[in-house]
Design a protein around this ligand. Structure first.
Ligand code: BGC
Length: 548
């Protein structure tokens, strides 16, 4: 059977942090190859690598200085080819980050442009007047005060939506568009299975606008898609569009001419709000405003990633609530967001960690796991920027947690009584059948076995109690799932109404008391008695269990 777009599970990893195979203190591609069995064991099918190209690493690789290479710390193009082959042998596709919007200031194109050399004068966005495009918000509010920075060599200001050392490319220049399309072609012909397209709403600028989501930007993305369809039809494209659903929807295009997978940013903070309030209200609010993607397309959902937990797409009241609940100390905050990992955000509480994962896996869309979260890994808020959530993956309780043979790797593995490498390491959790790692594997396997999730119609039902989040997935006769989650710190009992004749089986449960099976003789409503402990959950399935 052909895979439905929502039936994809992704795993995101930072190569520098995953495993250092050559002992130089930095994770590398050969290290990822060594650990591919771990990735595959999670049951995921797309591996997303954070940027791997040459870079001064002032923004961990999102500051690219050569679009067609591999950072020497990470290895070579040959290593990448081997990684892709090894991943394919395990049924995994590999996508890489592609940073279209900007380059590093070290990039030879920018160095030529600031000196007006090599025909690159207009490859970046220059002005004499830094009040140009005044209606544009600043994204990195903690480190930048303007989207313009003065360049001494050129005697003009250049435009940057992110750090000042990341000048934006000028997409009005045909040579820039042609060059970046050629970069897309290069990697597809090389053999990557697709891209996570970084920061795509900001490619073009037009006076009098907010310089986001402009029609010209969609025009260029359609060119990217045409090229992808020509060079590698079916390649996996995932767009980073941190916008409201109505502004994000157009990036799907007509379903066949733009980006098939788009992150759903605004639902994510509302999962955290739901736990803080013990109420489904925020989840309901955003899902009611979430349009269905066109056929063949899917939202992509996540709990955490390599950035701060962004609070850009919430209301003022929600932001206040989330900061108070999850980032009481100022140093836990960054820009408009919270720079913490999943487990510490949830107080290392296993019940709440499971609940959030259970919600993630039953939302409409393809879920992403962030490396380390399968172990309940902690973070380090004493580190600057987002480094505290990009620390080494702990593999065992040996030196440097098995990450590196180097005595002083680029960052130390997290060492903390909760979520530190002594307990949050792969070997320890492999050995413990009750570990979070084993549970995450079971969770992904269960989700993948339920045809209705990812392929069916989705509804958020009214459970008659706002403490409960009740999702239903329906893929036609014989394939239904209802998933009920207790968002609150109190036990809740309910009678779950189901309306199909036949056998309902409980396929996943945590903190849930009730029968394992209920058989209904008719289409009339059957009631499943369920008691959910604080943060408990139970998924019920009617038919449609995939065995493949
Ligand atoms: C990435 C960030 C990065 C920024 C600038 C983002 O959206 O996820 O990590 O700093 O783009 O490239």
């Amino acid at each position: 059977m052909q895979q439905a777009p929502g039936d994809v599970v992704l795993y995101e990893l930072y190569v520098r942090a995953f495993r250092d195979a050559n002992g130089d203190g930095h994770g590398d591609l050969r290290g990822v190859i060594e650990k591919l069995d771990h990735v595959a064991s999670l049951g995921v099918d797309v591996l997303w690598l954070l940027p791997i190209s040459p870079s001064p690493l002032l923004d961990d690789g999102y500051d690219v200085s050569d679009f067609r290479g591999v950072h020497p710390d990470y290895g070579s193009l040959d290593d990448l080819r081997e990684l892709i082959d090894a991943a394919h042998a395990r049924g995994l596709r590999v996508i890489t980050d592609l940073v279209l919007n900007h380059t590093s200031a070290d990039h030879p194109w920018f160095q030529a442009s600031r000196r007006r050399e090599g025909g690159k004068d207009d490859w970046y966005v220059w002005t004499d007047d830094p009040t140009t495009y005044a209606g544009t918000r600043i994204i990195f509010t903690d480190s930048e005060t303007s989207n313009w920075t003065f360049d001494e060599a050129r005697g003009q200001y250049y435009w940057h939506r992110f750090f000042h050392h990341q000048p934006d490319l000028n997409y009005d220049h045909p040579a820039v568009r042609a060059e970046m399309l050629d970069v897309v072609r290069f990697w597809l012909e090389f053999g990557v299975d697709g891209f996570r397209l970084d920061a795509i709403p900001y490619l073009f600028e037009r006076e009098g606008t907010i310089n986001e989501n402009l029609p010209e930007t969609h025009g260029f993305l359609r060119e990217v898609r045409r090229l992808v369809d020509e060079v590698k039809p079916g390649a996996f494209l995932l767009g980073e569009v941190n916008q409201w659903p109505e502004d994000t929807l157009p990036y799907f295009g007509d379903g066949s001419d733009e980006i098939p997978y788009l992150f759903h940013f605004p639902v994510m903070p509302r999962l955290y709000r739901a736990l803080a309030e013990g109420s489904v209200a925020g989840i309901r609010w955003i899902l009611e405003r979430t349009p269905l993607p066109p056929a063949g397309c899917s939202w992509v959902v996540f709990l955490r990633n390599h950035d701060e937990l962004t609070l850009e797409m919430v209301t003022e009241d929600e932001r206040r609530l989330l900061y108070a609940a999850y980032a009481p100390e100022p140093r836990m905050r960054l820009n408009v967001g919270i720079r913490r990992r999943l487990a510490p955000l949830l107080g290392f509480d296993r019940a709440r960690i499971e609940l959030m994962h259970a919600l993630l896996m039953t939302l409409p869309g393809a879920p992403i796991l962030y490396y380390g979260d399968e172990l309940g890994l902690g973070d380090d808020i004493t580190l600057p920027d987002r480094h505290g959530v990009r620390t080494p993956m702990p593999w065992n309780d040996g030196p440097q947690a098995g990450f590196s043979d180097h005595p002083a790797p680029y960052l130390a593995p997290i060492d903390h009584p909760l979520g530190g490498w002594r307990t949050a390491n792969v070997a320890a959790q492999e050995a413990d059948p009750d570990s979070l790692l084993h549970w995450v594997r079971r969770l992904v396997r269960t989700r993948r076995s339920l045809k209705a999730i990812g392929a069916g119609r989705f509804a958020l039902l009214d459970a008659g109690d706002d403490r409960l989040c009740l999702f239903a997935h329906d893929a036609g006769p014989g394939s239904h799932v209802v998933a009920v989650h207790n968002l609150s710190a109190e036990p809740v009992t309910l009678e779950l109404r189901v309306e199909r004749a036949g056998l309902w089986r409980r396929v996943l449960a945590g903190g849930s008391v009730g029968p394992d099976e209920v058989s209904s003789a008719s289409e009339d409503a059957t009631w499943l008695p369920v008691r959910l402990e604080p943060y408990g959950y139970a998924w019920w399935s009617h038919g449609g269990v995939w065995t493949s």
